[in-house]
Write a new protein. Structure first.
Length: 166
């Protein structure tokens, strides 16, 4: 078996995040349907549009790498999304539902921020500056989304989850 290289590790990471982003699209659609607060639905919908663009950007990354756009199962994102699904089911009709969904969305964002930060760094190390720029665009979007979700949580959703009548 040939020795695996940093290039191999990088490509595995790109396949991983490609799989994750496609799964996140499905998860966001469920969260939009399940959320109560209109501003939370709007935030999820905005991120859905961004995520679709991020998938397209990853296809560009694959093209730059000369590889087919193919995902690799990512147990980490599967688990994070499963937790979000559990919140949808267990807290349905609960005043805390939106706070739980928002927290689940932030867990996804934190995973993505970690993954994109690493991949961008590796791309730079491997001299793939064009790829690093594409990954950096997505990293910036993910960071901005996380900040917007934090503001929404602190300004409204968490407080409403605590005070709404069940």
């Amino acid at each position: 078996m040939p020795t695996k290289t940093m290039e191999d590790l990088f490509l595995d990471g790109i396949k991983d995040i490609y799989y994750a982003e496609r799964k996140i699209i499905a998860g966001l659609k469920k969260m939009i349907r399940g959320a109560d607060a209109q501003d939370l639905k709007a935030a999820f919908d905005k991120h859905l549009q961004e995520t679709e663009g991020q998938v397209e950007r990853l296809v560009q990354v694959f093209e730059l790498l000369g590889k087919p756009a193919r995902g690799k199962t990512c147990p980490a994102i599967d688990g994070i999304l499963e937790e979000g699904q559990e919140i949808l089911e267990e807290f349905k009709d609960s005043p805390a539902l939106d706070a739980g969904l928002l927290a689940a969305a932030q867990a996804v964002e934190h995973y993505e921020i970690a993954r994109y930060g690493t991949l961008k760094s590796w791309a730079i190390q491997l001299g793939k500056n064009d790829v690093a720029q594409l990954l950096d665009q997505t990293l910036a979007e993910e960071t901005k989304t996380d900040q917007a979700l934090t503001q929404l949580a602190e300004a409204k959703v968490n407080r409403e989850g605590k005070t709404k009548a069940a």
